[in-house]
Design a protein around this ligand. Sequence first.
Ligand code: FES
Length: 575
Amino acid sequence: MTAPELRRRSAAWFGATGKQGFLHRAVQRMMGLPDHVFDGRPIIGICNTWSELNPCNGQLRDLAEHVKHGVWEAGGVPLEFPVTSLGEDTMRPTTMLFRNLASMDVEESIRGNPLDGVVLLAGCDKTTPALLMGAASVDLPTLLISAGPMLTGRFRGLPVGASDAWRLSEDLRIGKISARDVLEAECGINRSFGTCQTMGTASTMACLSEVLGITLPQNAAIPAVDSRRSALAHLSGINAVRLVHENKRLSHFLSREAFENAIRVCAAIGGSTNAVIHLQAIVGRVGVSLGLAEWDRLGREIPCIVDLQPTGRFLMEEFYDAGGLPAVMRILCEAGLIHGQCPSVNGLSVAENCAQSPIWRPDVIRSLEDPVAEQGGVAILYGNLAPSGAVIKSSAATKKLLRHKGRAIVFDSVEQYNQRIDDPDLDVDEDSVLVLKNCGPKGYPGMPEVGNMGLPPKLLSRGVRDMVRVSDARMSGTAYGTVVLHVSPEAAIGGPLAFVEEGDLIDLDVPGRKLSLLVDEAELAARRSRWSAPASPSPAGYARLFFDHVTQADRGCDFDFLIGKRTNLEERASY
Ligand code: FES
């Protein structure tokens, strides 16, 4: 015997009698909907981040149509709606300034409308966390589809991906290649709609969404323009209707165990450091207790087994051909490193979903015994320079720099870095530590991806390709190097980073998880007494709201007033 169906949320709109029901149904009939669709069947919102200002998500307009086919087939009614889209490479000053704004748009668009379930269409870096954060705060039955990675780029007969942009721009700075060469690469690197082809932030967030069980299997890696992604969208529409019938809300999937799975898989795929901030924000929305230190504890012993840029060699198209994320999940499941009982949106457990997942390319998906890097996880550093933590992706760093002591070259802002870095008289050598301040959540504001500062040309021309860099900024998931990020508390609120001066010694000890400023406490206290907090960079508007309410990196940079779930705010009707 099946349980009696709950009264649908949308019935408060379309099932109402009198003037209210009349107006709600009448306005929706403009879509050409016949009588019978108002009989109480599930209304599925398709929350779309398609935008011509964000071509990474350019495939989503087409995918939405496939979702609709699936929803209709399963007896639901699809209603697509647009939300803010954040184009990573285009938006200024940084998309991170707007992630929380987009999450508010998503949350209130879902809450304010007659929806029983939601399909989230996301892709480019911030769109996935923004949609998940907003949807988590409403907590309806929800499923996510990623835009999918773009096709492998081509340049002079060779494959290229987003990480190559960093290498090419450094080669251009030292005159190794010409502007014409770069133009040729520019035309071939992005051959289709879709997200960056490396294991950058977009691919990492797509993978972690799949691990969390809120996408269908293989969502992360099917190329954006592959017909198999259209089929996945169709099936996602069917499953969204089923989730509503079973009243399986987002919180059903977003458990502590599911987040632990995500942290472990993030290590195994060599995922982006940005995933730490985004997952911490989502964790805050669903009310799971998971501190920053857990990233180190859970990910520390997990080797990176996926040979993808920026840690390794290959790109997302090859990852899909190799077996995709289910193959990685199977390896971890069989080693007992995954909570296999966690549910997923297709009704199977994550263990069941990956049980029959072969590896077709062992050069791309390696084994735990023969990994790409022994420790794939994000290391969390503490010390007198980062009392609330800092992160480093050790698998993308130079091994011999993981223990390093060096003299600080200090930049108070990005602008000061840009002015000084090309100066041939800059007193810097390969043992120096580049320090960048005031690029944290409040300091910039918005915490831009500038932590992987380009090296001084005079060292690049001598063949130096990596140095220790320390900042309160983030870095692109496509970037690499010995880069300490997210130093918290940030300089702009008086974190110890604010008091680093040129020539101070900094001690980085990644195996010991320490980041220390070798300046005695009395001297630091004297510097602190001379320091005054910067004013808000904007007296009004959204930037002011951001400055006043953004939390530090260890709490995911969410707004303090958005943390948690909010339900039943929609019960009052205006007519
Ligand atoms: Fe959009 Fe990389 S710039 S996914």
